[in-house]
Each structure stands twice: as C-alpha cells, then as structure tokens.
Design a protein around this ligand. Structure first.
Ligand code: HEC
Length: 153
C-alpha cells in the first residue's frame, strides 16, 4: 500500500512539472507569479500588523515578527521585479513603465526598504504610538509606487 501511495505522490508531483516545461509563456507567467507572491507577502505582513494595532487580531504580540517579515519581503522585491514580464495567462496590474523607468521604480523600492527596516526597528521597542507613526511612513511608500506603477482596477 505504501509503495503504491508513494508512486501516486511522485506522479502527482512530477506531472505538473512536466506540463510546465520551459516555454515563453510559462516563463513569463512564472516571473509574474513570483513578483505577485512577493507583493502578497508584503500585503499579508502589513495587514497583520494593522490588525494587531487596531486590536482586531487574535494576538497582539506579533507586530515585531511581522514587521521583520515585511522588511525582509521588501528587500526581496527588487530581484522579484527586475526581469520584465507582462504574463500570458497570469493577470498583472504592473505597468510597463517599471522597466522603461527602472531608476524611478528602484528609487521607490529603496524608500520602501528603508521605511520598512525602520519599522522593524521601532517595532522591537514596542511603543504603539511610534509603531503607528512609522507605519504611516511605510504606507506612503506603498501608495507612491502603486500610484505610479500599478494599473488602477
Ligand atoms: C516600488 C513599488 C512598490 C512598492 C513600494 C509596493 N508595491 Fe505593491 N505592487 C507593486 C506593483 C507593480 C504591483 C503589481 C504586480 C503585478 O500585478 O504584477 C503590486 C501589487 C501589490 C498587491 C497585489 C498582489 C496581488 O494579489 O495581485 C498588493 C496586496 C500590494 N502590492 C501591497 C503592497 C503594500 C502593502 C506595500 C507597502 C507595504 C507595497 N505593495 C509596496 C509595486 C509596489
């Protein structure tokens, strides 16, 4: 039974890998998916910090941990966005200006990294007022970049 089960598991793992054999569309979509997952990590960490600050979360002692995740995710954004890809099947809201105006986009990323790193630091100290204030600064960097480089939807 175990043997058959392990074959079934191996096939289930191997088949999607085969069907996603490298081709232009698959490669484009993989790049888009990767950067969207990076932004989902950013958005998820941000959301759980806000929920804790508002007292709407089931916990309130994980702000510093999520601030650290947010800061780390921010440093992973530049490599995730570096390659131009607009996707084939995967929908993207990224504007092509990201790659024609990479210096400006990268400038936005640098500010985003700096403000999230500061948030991670402030969160360690645990002063809710200071955390809230720094979160506003982080929020401005999200908005500035989205206003310039993301399609309205
Ligand atoms: C330097 C630019 C930049 C910064 C800074 C930035 N984003 Fe984004 N974000 C983007 C772009 C571009 C997309 C669209 C990606 C795509 O669809 O390919 C995006 C997409 C998203 C998405 C949608 C993911 C999905 O499911 O499609 C979320 C959520 C998000 N960002 C949250 C945030 C939050 C929260 C912050 C700040 C803490 C932030 N972003 C900072 C550029 C940025």
């Amino acid at each position: 039974m175990h043997f058959l089960k392990s074959i079934a598991v191996a096939a289930a793992v191997a088949l999607p890998m085969l069907s996603a054999a490298p081709g232009f569309a698959a490669e484009e979509d993989a790049i888009v998916k990767y950067r969207i997952n990076n932004m989902k990590a950013v958005g998820g960490a941000m959301g759980n910090i806000v929920a804790q600050l508002k007292g709407e979360a089931p916990v309130k002692d994980q702000i510093a941990a999520y601030a650290s995740i947010l800061s780390q995710s921010a440093t992973l954004s530049a490599p995730a966005f570096k390659d131009k890809a607009m996707g084939m099947e995967v929908k993207t809201t990224a504007k092509a200006d990201i790659w024609t105006d990479w210096d400006k986009f990268e400038g936005g990323l640098k500010k985003f990294e700096a403000e999230t790193a500061k948030l991670a630091e402030v969160a360690q100290a645990g002063n809710m007022g200071a955390i809230g204030a720094q979160l506003q600064e982080v929020g401005k960097t999200c908005k500035a970049c989205h206003d310039n480089f993301r399609e309205k939807h």
